[in-house]
Design a protein around this ligand. Structure first.
Ligand code: ADP
Length: 179
C-alpha cells in the first residue's frame, strides 16, 4: 500500500547573490534527512534544459518561469517537496506560479544590493558593470519585492542555518512536515 505525502513548492526569490542556492541546497539536505522525497530546481541547472533559447528579457524570463512552475506543479502533486531557487524578479509570474501550484511557499531571500554586489559569487555584477552582460537584475533590470511572502530571510543579518530553520519552522507550522 502506498502513502502519498502532500507535496509543496518552496519558491526562493531574490537578487543574484542573495543566497537562494546556498539556502536551497541546505534546505534540501534537511528535508531529505526527514525522509521526504525532494527535488531541487535551480536556475543555473534548469535553464539549459528547459529554456536553452531564452535570454533575460521580461518575456523570456516569464516563459522560462512558467515552464518551471509547470514542472514544479507536476512534482508537487505527486507528493514531492520541491525547492526552487530562481531570481524570478517579476511579481506577475510568481503570482501565476502560486495560482497553478496551490501549495506554494514564497520565500523572499532578502539582501541589500550592495551586499550582493560585494559577494558577487558568480562574478555577474562585475561582468554587468564591465558592460559584458545586459539585463542584470538589480542594475539595469528590475527586482519586484514580494508583497506577501510566506517567509522572509535577511541573509545580511542571519546565517545560513538560521534562514533554513525559519523556513523549516514555517513548513511545520503550516502542516507540510511533521514534528
Ligand atoms: P544566489 O543563488 O541567490 O545567486 P548564492 O547562494 O549563489 O546566491 O550566493 C550567496 C553567497 O552569499 C554565497 O557565497 C554564500 O556563502 C553567501 N552568504 C553569506 N551569508 C549567507 C546567508 N545567510 N544565506 C545564504 N548565503 C549567504
Amino acid at each position: 500500500m502506498g502513502c502519498l505525502e502532500k507535496g509543496f513548492v518552496v519558491w526562493l526569490t531574490g537578487l543574484p547573490g542573495s543566497g537562494k542556492s546556498t539556502i536551497g541546497k541546505r534546505l534540501v539536505e534537511r528535508l531529505r534527512m526527514m525522509g521526504l522525497k525532494v527535488e531541487y530546481l535551480d536556475g543555473d541547472l534548469v535553464r539549459p534544459w528547459l529554456s536553452p533559447e531564452a535570454g533575460f528579457t521580461r518575456e523570456d524570463r516569464t516563459r522560462h518561469l512558467t515552464r518551471v512552475a509547470f514542472v514544479s506543479h507536476l512534482l508537487a502533486r505527486n507528493g514531492v517537496a520541491v525547492v526552487a531557487a530562481f531570481v524570478s524578479p517579476y511579481r506577475d509570474v510568481r503570482r501565476r506560479a502560486r495560482e497553478l501550484i496551490g501549495d506554494f511557499i514564497e520565500v523572499y531571500v532578502k539582501c541589500p544590493l550592495e551586499v550582493c554586489m560585494e559577494r558577487d559569487p558568480k562574478g555577474l555584477y562585475r561582468r554587468a558593470l564591465a558592460g559584458e552582460i545586459k539585463h542584470m537584475t538589480g542594475l539595469d533590470d528590475p527586482y519586484e519585492e514580494p508583497l506577501n511572502p510566506e517567509v522572509v530571510v535577511d541573509t545580511s543579518v542571519m546565517d545560513v542555518d538560521t534562514c533554513v530553520d525559519k523556513i523549516v519552522s514555517y513548513l511545520r507550522g503550516a502542516g507540510y512536515i511533521d514534528g
